[in-house]
Design a protein around this ligand. Structure first.
Ligand code: PLP
Length: 391
């Protein structure tokens, strides 16, 4: 394999080698391979104990009680369970729901699904930095509003929503609040014991755990009622049936525990890598860093380059793995709906790339990436100028 500089940690992270060791302890005959729902023998009990330890660890990272954590296959499923589940269970109180234009597709598509089924959706427009304000949510609330869903951290911009303020408003009005925290867990403090959030989606593979496992936080007090979306053996207190993937669950627990122990130090390191990266562009003109200056996580850096096409830049940056827009939307060549959603022109949105830093990023990689990027932008601009001169 060639040495790619990986700067796409917001799309997915590699599994931390310490977590990979945990994964392997729950598969083979000499490991804890039992079905955690098997109640009649020690093989099952051991698996159940591993699942419960992991549940406590995931709960621990976000200030929840273990009994508030439901295992799922990832944040997509958690978003589906939270949004459809809350809408279905509470529709007798009203059928108006609120979200924003720059949510992850896992949220957007659930709201479109609700819309097709007769729910009324208000799509809030973020400010130019990518944030939704409490005042905006307040203005959109109605008598029949039952649910608001907003992300903690935007996956393309790194912008942070004011969850505390919005949550307090919604608690006061008796409206459920779902938060997609896939990009936030492990990257900033999240404490549901102090934050009025009712439902929260988490994913393992954005935080050095494996793909295919996630969790939904469902508040117990005040009690939140949602309808199950997957039916079967009544696992997870009836909220999500299906035999638990013990290895995945244990690995997510380990990954989240590492985030609890190392997250603060890591954020400090990302902050300095970010500055180092941005400083390296000092000589380039027409460079715009999208997203807020302060209400943001340091690991996501979305940059627009005037007069440069993002796809050409991606190609010119061979050896550096970055993305234009999110991984989920990159099958299309449309400019990112998130960047369009914060008011960027199609050209500017098209000329922007997301660089995301992670645990294994080094100063050397950052320096090399910045150098290649500076060269590529200059080269593409020269070529563009030459082409314009000949027509
Ligand atoms: C990655 C991501 C998801 C989807 O999570 P999966 O675990 O891959 O299903 C949802 N929301 C946000 C904000 C994400 O970044």
């Amino acid at each position: 394999m060639t040495q790619t500089i990986y700067l796409d940690y917001a799309a997915t992270t590699p599994v931390d080698p310490r977590v990979a060791e945990t994964l392997q302890q729950y598969l083979t005959p000499d490991g804890i391979f039992g079905n955690p729902a098997s109640r009649s023998h020690a093989v099952g009990w051991q698996a159940e104990a591993a699942v419960e330890q992991a549940r406590a660890r995931v709960a621990g990272l976000v200030g929840a009680d273990s009994r508030e954590i439901v295992w799922t296959s990832g944040a997509t499923e958690s978003d589906n369970l939270a949004i459809k589940g809350a809408a279905m269970a509470n529709q007798a109180h009203g059928r108006h729901v609120i979200t924003s234009l720059i949510e992850h597709k896992a949220v957007v598509d659930c709201f479109l699904w609700l819309q097709e089924r007769g729910f009324e959706v208000t799509w809030l427009e973020p400010d130019e930095a990518g944030c939704i304000s409490r005042a905006q949510v307040e203005a959109a609330l109605r008598e029949d509003t039952i649910l608001v869903s907003l992300m903690a951290v935007n996956n393309e911009l790194g912008s942070i929503n004011p969850l505390q303020a919005i949550g307090a408003l919604l608690r006061e009005r008796g409206v459920l609040f779902h938060v997609d925290a896939a990009q936030a867990a492990g990257k900033m403090a999240l404490d549901v014991s102090a934050m009025p959030v009712d439902l929260m989606a988490l994913s393992a593979h954005k935080a050095y755990g494996p793909k295919g496992v996630g969790a939904l936080y469902v508040r117990r007090s005040p009690d939140v009622t949602i309808e199950a979306q997957i039916h079967g053996g009544g696992h997870e207190r009836g909220l999500r049936s299906g035999t638990l993937a013990t290895h995945q669950v244990a690995a997510m627990g380990h990954a989240f525990n590492l985030a609890l122990e190392e997250g603060d130090a890591e954020a400090g390191r990302f902050e300095s890598l970010r500055s180092r990266f941005l400083d390296a562009f000092g000589g380039l003109s027409g460079v715009h860093v999208h997203g807020p200056e302060r209400a943001r996580i340091p690991g996501i850096i979305n940059i627009g380059f005037e007069g440069v096409d993002g796809e050409s830049l991606l190609l010119a940056l061979r050896g550096v793995a970055v993305s234009s827009g999110s991984a989920c939307a990159s099958a299309t060549t449309e400019p990112s709906y998130v960047l369009r959603g914060i008011g960027l022109s199609p050209e500017m949105a098209q000329g922007s790339l997301r660089f995301s830093l992670g645990r294994f990023s080094t100063e050397e990689e950052i320096d090399t990436a910045a150098e290649r990027l500076t060269e590529a932008v200059a080269r593409l601009r020269e070529r563009g100028a030459a082409r314009r001169a000949t027509v």
